[in-house]
Ligand binder design. Structure first.
Ligand SMILES: Nc1ncnc2c1ncn2[C@@H]1O[C@H](COP(=O)(O)OP(=O)(O)OP(=O)(O)O)[C@@H](O)[C@H]1O
Length: 807
């Protein structure tokens, strides 16, 4: 096995060249040959002959360069993917280490081919899964047989995930019964016959003509009996089959040949089929491409088996128990979407809106960010893992562009989580806690130029987002390459990975994080840059510039005419100015300097065009933001008017209510005053009656005494109307009953006076309040004073007794 040499960079960067189908194009990329036995590490790119910008030849260094003939297995072995797989398994007694493999390149350069393979070749993802299952098979925890395994795995998950055993997951997707998402019923997908296919399927754009009877016969001819087929390819599911309902092969239909090209609307499904179904090369699609609400389980038998990896041996911890958990998500327009939960994996007839997930620290993972809320599937066999992978791929955003018929429009993340725990020395001992390490394989969307890719509308907008995220990725890659060359730790730059979701997801696990009790080793990462040596020079050179571990501008290629002009110009300048160029300057040195300058100008122009594109996107985004701002402002005005209206009517209602309360209180107080007055008058009247009675009595009993006092010595009518005190002549003798009565009379008179004063004062206050109320009404009628009143409702009108306070 060829293990690459270790590097201090966060990523080891490999370059893979794809065999080009374009024969009429000029090759611009050459691999520098090395001594026998050594793998190439450098390439040079030369601008095309008709390049008007006169760019220089550039030389790039990578960890290793794979030429066109390199196969999938060579890539698996020589890029360090196997050490990554070994890393996630963990050394004996040790926790595993996270690993990341990503591909980067221009659209159509072979990223998906490298990661996911083709119709006949498996990609790194399938190969890594195969190796992983082969190595762990004897040590895999049995989720179905040991009831405590599943709950313990769920409890150990730190990402708020929804964990499911594969059989349950596949059953929920392919059973055709949305309600029974988690039932253990027989999987109808396995018993569905050809006749069950919806007839509308054949009338959809991109669909094949109705299959003939002969087609289905012929396609079945070479297949083993259905029972054998299912035992072979669905071993984990066969245990759920009812003995009464023997499962049949998932399909008995192979589409006939068709010249109908699938339209881009269905391209994402078509692509998955084209890549994984074992169909003749002319067949572009199958029944799986129809957008039916029912899903059909892909056939494992149709997936490529090559290259084999049975002979690969890795170190494994024999004292450990393992569980393999698959999850998949995509980053689309800078948002994360689960590929195993979304609409495509739903049986619902109406498409469900996809919910974006967060990359965050969770309660159980405070020191490390994770994609929270993913659906994760526990797989016991390679077949289950491949079916889950296939299911997720059908959800991924793919569209046809001018440069690739099935272009990835999102960055796809395929995560294989290896859970590991110590199984205990004896069968009775308690197993240790689960630890977890993840191998993440990323298929990045390709950078593209709108002009070459001929994209428009939503696809153009997607391209903008893709290019933007790739530009940020480029900055991070350049920074990490510079750091790798830094001589002292003080010269290290901070990799600006928080600029977008993509870089955050790719880089955040590469940096060491510590926790009070737990130190996790940073992930090991590999970047495979893919390029077509006969493809788009500008786009490819740009990717190479920011992804290469090192770059240098080498001796430029000088076109003969330019060379002559430059030579004569230089000679003239040297001769005429007497050392315009220093004495050591020769014409060839001048040429080199000028060509280097031209090369720099060329590369600046490239950067400028990217910047211009980004600027156009930003301008468009700003205009959209401004439009929505205006709409929002209008809405705010409307809402404000509504609120004002509402508050005003509420205020008026409250005012009327307060007025009613105030009137009632006033009436009550006036009644109380009247009653008080009546009582006083009554008292007075009673006293007067007593006085009259006593006087009469005295007159009757002591006529003499009465004669002494005189005939006018009683309260006359004027006295009842509160006349002033009698003259001194009328004053009775002290100690006599008359004097006593006189004293009482004067007391009552005083009291009467004070009551009358009080009464007058009350009347004046009532009149004052009436005036005040009128004044307030006047105020409220004036709109300019509305708000003043509105602002002080609590002081004036709120609370039960506030109006009365003013009284
Ligand atoms: N090394 C290779 N050998 C054979 N065929 C290849 C190779 N690389 C790419 N191809 C073929 O080229 C075509 C485009 O490749 P692929 O879809 O992998 O590109 P991509 O970089 O993923 O593009 P995009 O970014 O648009 O998704 C496919 O048909 C693929 O099979």
């Amino acid at each position: 096995m060829d293990h690459h040499k270790p590097s201090t960079a966060l990523f080891d960067v490999f370059l893979r060249l794809r065999p080009s189908s374009a024969i009429d194009k000029e090759r611009f990329l050459d691999v520098e040959q090395t001594e026998a036995g050594e793998a190439p590490t450098h390439i040079t790119i030369k601008p095309p002959a008709n390049d008007l910008r006169k760019r220089a030849v550039e030389r790039f260094a990578f960890t290793r360069v794979f030429e066109e003939h390199a196969g999938q297995r060579e890539l698996l072995e020589s890029t360090g993917v196997l050490p990554l797989v070994e890393g996630v398994l963990g050394a004996p007694g040790r926790e595993g280490r996270d690993g990341l493999v990503a591909t980067l390149g221009v659209t159509g350069s072979g990223k998906s081919h490298t990661i996911l393979g083709s119709k006949s070749q498996r990609g790194i993802t399938q190969l890594a899964l195969d190796v992983l299952f082969q190595q762990t098979a004897p040590y895999l925890a049995d989720v179905d047989r040991h009831p405590n395994v599943y709950p313990s795995l769920c409890a150990a998950d730190v990402s708020e995930a929804n964990l499911l055993p594969a059989a349950h997951f596949l059953d929920s997707i392919y059973s055709g019964d949305a309600s029974g998402a988690l039932s253990r019923a027989t999987t109808p997908a396995l018993v569905r016959s050809q006749s069950a296919l919806p007839s509308t399927l054949y009338t959809l754009p991109g669909a094949f003509p109705t299959p003939s009877f002969n087609d289905s016969i012929s396609s079945n001819a070479a297949r083993p009996s259905t029972a054998v087929f299912d035992r072979l390819y669905y071993p984990s599911l066969s245990k759920y089959h009812s003995p009464l309902q023997q499962p049949r092969s998932p399909l008995a239909f192979s589409p006939s040949r068709s010249t109908v090209k699938p339209v881009s609307k269905f391209a994402h499904v078509t692509r998955s089929i084209a890549k994984f179904a074992h169909l003749p090369s002319t067949q572009e699609t199958s029944f799986l491409s129809a957008p039916s609400s029912k899903r059909y389980m892909p056939r494992v038998s149709t997936l490529p088996q090559s290259p084999p990896v049975d002979d690969i041996e890795l170190d494994i911890d024999p004292s450990a128990e393992y569980a393999i958990v698959i999850s998949m998500y995509e980053v689309y327009n800078d948002r994360i979407f689960d590929l195993l939960t979304a609409s495509a994996t739903s049986n619902s007839k109406t498409p469900q809106k996809r919910r974006a997930l967060l990359f965050k620290s969770t309660e159980s993972s405070p020191d490390r960010k994770v994609v929270a809320g993913l659906r994760k599937v526990i797989c016991s066999t390679l077949e289950e893992a491949l079916l889950v992978l296939e299911t997720g791929l059908q959800e991924r955003r793919i569209a046809g562009t001018g440069t690739n018929a099935a272009s990835s429009r999102s960055h796809g993340f395929f995560c294989t989580e290896v859970k590991k725990r110590h199984r205990g020395s004896s069968s009775l001992s308690v197993p240790g806690p689960w630890t977890s390490s993840t191998l993440t394989i990323v298929d990045l969307a390709g950078s593209e130029r709108a002009r070459t890719a001929k994209t428009a509308g939503a696809t153009l907008a997607e391209a903008g987002k893709i290019n933007e995220s790739l530009m940020y990725l480029g900055q991070c890659m350049q920074m990490q390459a510079d750091n790798a060359h830094a001589t002292t730790p003080g010269n290290l730059n901070l990799v600006p990975f928080r600029q977008c979701k993509l870089t955050e997801l790719l880089f955040s696990n590469s940096l060491a994080t510590t926790h009070s009790t737990h130190v996790k080793t940073p992930q090991k990462a590999i970047m495979i840059v893919t390029a077509d040596p006969l493809g788009d020079f500008n786009a490819t050179s740009q990717i190479l510039r920011y992804s290469a571990l090192a770059r240098e501008v080498t001796v430029p290629r000088i076109p003969s005419v330019t060379s002559t002009i430059l030579a004569s110009t230089a000679a003239a300048k040297m001769g005429g100015a007497g050392g315009y160029f220093s004495g050591r300057s020769t014409p060839s040195a001048v040429h080199e300097e000028l060509e280097a300058a031209l090369a720099a100008i060329g590369s600046l122009r490239d950067e400028l065009s990217v910047a211009q594109m980004l600027l156009a996107e930003e301008t468009q985004r700003r205009q959209q933001a401004e439009a929505s701002w205006t709409i929002a402002e209008q809405r705010i005005d409307e809402v404000e008017a509504e609120v004002r209206e509402e508050v005003w009517s509420e205020f008026e209602a409250k005012l009327a209510q307060e007025q009613r309360r105030w009137r009632a209180a006033r009436d009550a107080e006036m009644d109380a005053q009247d009653e008080h007055l009546d009582r006083k008058l009554e008292l007075l009247t009673q006293n007067m009656a007593i006085y009259e009675d006593e006087t009469a009595e005295k007159e009757n009993t002591s006529p003499k005494a009465l004669d002494d006092e005189g005939p006018d010595h009683h309260l006359d009518e004027d006295q009842t109307s509160l006349s002033p005190a009698k003259p001194a002549a009328d004053v009775a003798q002290p100690g006599t009953p008359a004097a006593h009565l006189q004293a009482r009379n004067s007391l009552l008179t005083k009291e009467l006076f004070s009551l009358e004063d009080e009464n007058r004062a009350l009347r004046e206050r009532i009149v004052g309040m009436e005036r005040e109320k009128e004044g307030r009404r006047e105020q409220l009628r004036s709109p300019s004073k509305k708000m003043r009143v509105l602002k002080t409702p609590s002081r004036k009108w709120e609370g039960s007794g506030v109006g009365l306070d003013d009284l």
